[in-house]
Ligand binder design. Structure first.
Ligand code: GDP
Ligand code: MG
Length: 203
């Protein structure tokens, strides 16, 4: 569940508020979920493939500014990473998706199969987490030129699930920060019924 703390808010809206949000990464094994989290949280990349065993939870805050209420909002993201293997996934999915406030569905730009399989992931997620903000991350963009990307399948998913879309590279860092900030912002907007033009990014 989302939790909002107001800090020092006696003077109307002056002060800072904190919002906690759970984000889950989904997608086939090897698409770069663990690497994206590593890039976002530690600003590092490792070309070794370290298999995620079970789930791993990382934490990182983003700082947004709510112009309407003149206060800073710290969104504390708890980022859940899951192992890609089918059996394990089935076993863990309820605990994994329960209480999720946002989903990052990741595919590998060099693998059409990983894009096709997003549908299953999104469907499963939707059933457990409900109608939460979703983004599709098309990862490993360092391996391909933008004009070579076939957007057809992605267009369908984005329409069906009302997703944002980011072309990322955990290796170069391209678009990684914006994709996490976007989902944090959308989660905050859902919570506050805010307008997007009222939110500025501090960090
Ligand atoms: P996961 O199974 O989805 O967690 O995938 P990993 O994060 O473990 O990444 C799988 C492999 O892809 C690793 O060898 C990573 O180094 C590599 N990888 C991940 N992201 C990128 C990227 O953006 N570009 C490139 N070239 N390789 C990547
Ligand atoms: Mg992993």
């Amino acid at each position: 569940m989302l939790q909002v703390d107001l800090i020092g808010s006696e003077e109307g809206w002056i002060g800072k508020s904190r919002l906690k949000a759970k984000i889950c990464l989904v997608g086939e094994a090897g698409v770069g979920k663990t690497s994206l989290i590593r890039r976002f949280v530690l600003d590092q990349f490792d070309s070794k493939y370290i298999k995620t065993i079970g789930t791993k939870v990382s934490k990182k805050s983003v700082h947004l500014y709510d112009k309407g209420r003149e206060r800073e909002v710290e969104v504390v993201l708890t980022i859940w990473d899951i192992m890609g293997q089918e059996g394990f996934r089935e076993l863990l999915k309820n605990a994994y998706f329960a209480g999720a406030n946002g989903i990052l569905a990741v595919c590998d730009v060099t693998s059409t199969e990983s894009m096709n399989k997003l549908d299953g992931w999104l469907d499963r997620t939707y059933k457990i987490a409900g109608d939460v903000p979703i983004s599709i991350l098309i990862n490993k963009m360092d391996l391909i030129a933008r004009h070579q990307v076939n957007d057809e399948i992605l267009d369908q998913f984005c329409k069906a699930y009302d997703c944002s879309r980011f072309y990322t590279s955990a290796k170069s860092g391209e678009n990684v920060q914006p994709s996490f900030i976007d989902i944090a912002t959308r989660i905050m907007m859902e919570q506050k019924h805010m307008r997007s033009d009222m939110i500025a990014i501090i960090e």
